[in-house]
Design a protein around this ligand. Structure first.
Ligand SMILES: Nc1nc2c(ncn2[C@@H]2O[C@H](COP(=O)(O)OP(=O)(O)OP(=O)(O)O)[C@@H](O)[C@H]2O)c(=O)[nH]1
Ligand SMILES: [Mg+2]
Length: 382
């Protein structure tokens, strides 16, 4: 009787295991591969130049649970249009500058426009000085010439030479750690800014670049948080490491995710965290611990601070607290689609001293883009 049970058990395990393996293999094989030609991956490569062909249609039917990314030209056009909304101030300034023979009232109008775009007083003042000088030197109201001056000034402000690539280099394992660790990305920021959404969108981008990704749900504060990340995992076809227990230690989930990624030989592990803003000491404790335990596997190469562009200057104080609590390596500016305050890009880089690496331009899976200074300024000027 007993040996029969054992044999039946073994057969059951083989059948279920084989089925799961086949299913996983099928899903992996069907992950869309739209931009894998850009190796080694830099986040600048995510959006190729306009007019580039997409071959994704040739890749076969997407799996039922996976959504296929939209075509690259379509996506570019859509994201540009949304950026233009964030930069209405560029066009407004340009139209005043093009009036020629500017009166003090005109200059005041320009100043007001710049201030309401969240450029901040300091930047606005120096930009105003610069524009006054340049326009005088130019001595013309020729729209093209004025546009070139404004474009150059705005571009300077956005600091076009900063390195905005994501560090996706797989690190050497920590002493005593097993396996080949994945490049680790930790997502931090105030609640509601878009951390979880960005984890999902970023995983999608990485998968489209042929990277294998593991997501870690280290926001254990609410059960719904892990659920939300799991839904993203299903959408984009990557594994999510989570704890079933609400209130579990976030650091231990982050550790498990890093370990699982190393065991799977995955390329990247992206860890989501809780966003409640406690006092600074509590925040330092929690984020510091998450980072420390992940580093038992390997160093964390990228800590992305997620900021909501619509909160503008008001979000800056909280952002400062986060960046002091944990060494931030880059900024993700979300909800740029829902604001006319695109000047926040400049303010945030200046005050935190780290580059904006990614921008969120909507709630959809394909609404994340690398931040491209020239494209941004051109969108501002229409
Ligand atoms: N319009 C727009 N909405 C966004 C963007 N990014 C995120 N959102 C929305 O913002 C809301 C909050 O996003 P989450 O990803 O849950 O934010 P979170 O930082 O994880 O929030 P907590 O887990 O509560 O700390 C959701 O409704 C998202 O769809 C964006 O770039 N544009
Ligand atoms: Mg979240």
């Amino acid at each position: 009787m007993e040996p029969i049970l054992i044999v039946l058990g073994i057969i059951l395990v083989i059948v279920i295991g084989g089925g799961l393996w086949l299913y996983a293999g099928r899903r992996r094989g069907q992950v869309p591969d739209e931009i894998s030609a850009h190796e080694p991956m830099s986040v600048e490569d995510l959006l190729p130049s306009e007019g580039e062909d997409t071959e994704e249609e040739a890749e076969g039917e997407p799996a039922a649970t996976l959504e296929s990314p939209e075509s690259i030209p379509g996506r570019m056009q859509r994201l540009r249009a949304r950026l233009a909304g964030a930069g209405g101030f560029g066009k407004a300034v340009l139209s005043v500058l093009s009036r020629g023979d500017l009166t003090e009232e005109d200059w005041e109008e320009i100043e007001d426009t710049l201030l309401t775009s969240d450029l901040g007083i300091e930047v606005t003042t120096s930009l105003m000085d610069e524009l006054r000088t340049q326009v005088k030197v130019l001595g013309t109201s020729d729209p093209e010439a004025v546009r070139a001056v404004l474009r150059a000034e705005l571009l300077k402000l956005v600091a076009p030479t900063l390195d905005r690539s994501l560090n996706l280099e797989r690190p050497a394992p920590a002493e005593g750690a097993q396996g080949t660790p994945a490049a680790a990305i930790l997502m931090v920021g105030v609640n509601g800014t878009g951390k979880t959404t960005t984890c999902g969108k970023l995983a999608r981008v990485l998968v489209a670049q042929d990277k294998t990704v593991v997501l870690g749900a280290a926001d254990t504060f609410r059960a719904a948080a892990a659920e939300q990340l799991s839904t993203w995992g299903e959408r984009v076809g990557v594994d999510v490491v989570r704890s079933e227990k609400e209130g579990a230690d976030p650091a231990s989930v982050a550790y498990d995710a890093a370990r699982e990624a190393a065991a799977q030989e995955a390329d990247v592990v992206v860890v989501d965290t809780a966003g409640r803003l406690q006092n600074k000491a509590g925040l330092m404790d929690e984020l510091g611990k998450i980072k420390r335990v992940m580093e038992k596997i390997a160093p964390v190469g990228e800590i992305l601070l997620v900021l909501d562009a619509t909160t503008g200057q008001n979000g800056m104080r909280q952002a400062q607290v986060f960046s002091e609590a944990v060494g931030v390596t880059g900024i993700v500016l979300t909800k740029l689609d829902g604001t006319a305050k695109g000047g926040i890009v400049v303010t945030v880089q200046k005050e935190l001293g780290v580059p904006v690496k990614l921008v969120g331009l909507g709630e959809g899976a394909d609404d994340l883009a690398p931040f491209d200074p020239e494209g941004f300024v051109d969108a501002l000027l229409g």
